[in-house]
Design a protein around this ligand. Structure first.
Ligand SMILES: [Zn+2]
Length: 314
């Protein structure tokens, strides 16, 4: 019984703790608020708790909606040898590869554009519930797109004998080091084409995949196998994870990459929220539906124990 419980719990935790990890997603959404112009910032600050907590609803949906997981990544290498050969627009890409293939390889840049346009509509309708929900979701997908391993089929190092690197880069490292990151970031800017921006983010992420993998591979050769992983306490449980010294060495060897992607995530999230508001005609954000109505409607806890999408490989 204990064993079954433990297996279910680790599966649940493992999926839940993917894509920047819960801590990082919440921090990214929360920090983005401070980059907004004052009128918009005031509204988001009033709803800061929901914007923060709902940053991870998109990951929770992976348990209940089989269409959700593909929105979080794109396996560029499974679509084309060179990223620039992929048509930016969904209709053109669909024509070239078929919708079925794209849905198999991930659709994150198009999802960002879709979430953006839904948010513009929510602003136009001055619907507070939807503004919050779609802002949080957009923040999630944008942040995921900044993670290099969300743009490759070797997303967990499974083809290069580096299984575990996915959560190592995007969860363990930010949890250890994000408190030291410089989160003073310039103000949000207007982004004329969210789709172009989404592709720019994905291209930069994809260009970093080789470094993420090769730096860890080289580092692992300098460490004794027994020093790479150790039992650490996490959520009041002892789990086998990358050791503090190995994580520190990897973080140093990446030379600021995680911090740069973290900061870039925040700037892009804030800029897209701001742009959506501008595209909606800068509606007044007073006397909207109160956010307290949302509390009972959130995704509280996944009831399923297994993600319907890809599982990380331990
Ligand atoms: Zn995600």
């Amino acid at each position: 019984m204990n064993k079954i419980y433990f297996t279910l719990l680790s599966l649940l935790l493992y999926c839940v703790l993917t894509s920047w990890g819960f801590y990082a997603h919440k921090k990214i959404n929360e920090t983005s608020i401070y980059l907004l112009p004052s009128e918009l910032a005031l509204y988001y600050k009033q709803n800061i708790k929901l914007i923060r907590e709902k940053a991870v609803d998109a990951d929770k949906r992976c348990y209940v909606d089989s269409l959700e997981p593909v929105k979080h990544y794109i396996d560029i290498d499974k679509i084309e040898d060179t990223i620039d050969s992929i048509p930016i627009h969904w209709s053109k890409a669909k024509e070239k590869y078929t919708e079925r293939k794209l849905l198999a390889q991930g659709i994150i840049p198009w999802q960002i554009s879709r979430s953006y346009h839904i948010l513009v509509e929510a602003f136009k309708n001055r619907d507070s519930e939807k503004i919050i929900r779609y802002s949080a979701d957009l923040g999630h997908y944008v942040a995921d797109a900044h993670v290099p391993l969300h743009t490759t089929s070797n997303y967990n190092g499974q083809y290069t004998n580096q299984i575990g690197i996915h959560a190592f880069w995007e969860t363990r490292l930010p949890e250890m080091f994000a408190s030291q990151y410089n989160l003073i970031i310039g103000p949000a800017i207007y982004i004329p084409s969210p789709l172009d921006k989404a592709w720019e983010v994905v291209k930069t992420s994809n260009s970093l995949v080789d470094s993420v993998l090769s730096i860890e591979k080289n580092l692992s050769k300098k460490f004794k196998q027994t020093d790479i992983k150790s039992y650490i306490e996490r959520n009041n449980q002892l789990t086998l994870n990358y050791s503090d010294s190995y994580a520190t060495a990897y973080h140093n060897a990446l030379n600021g990459m995680v911090e740069r992607r973290f900061r870039a995530s925040i700037h892009t999230v804030a800029s897209l929220w701001y742009s959506a508001w501008v595209d909606a005609g800068q509606p007044k954000l007073t006397n909207l539906k109160t956010s307290s109505e949302l509390k009972s409607k959130g995704i509280e806890k996944p009831t399923a124990t297994k993600s319907l999408g890809r599982e990380e490989w331990h």
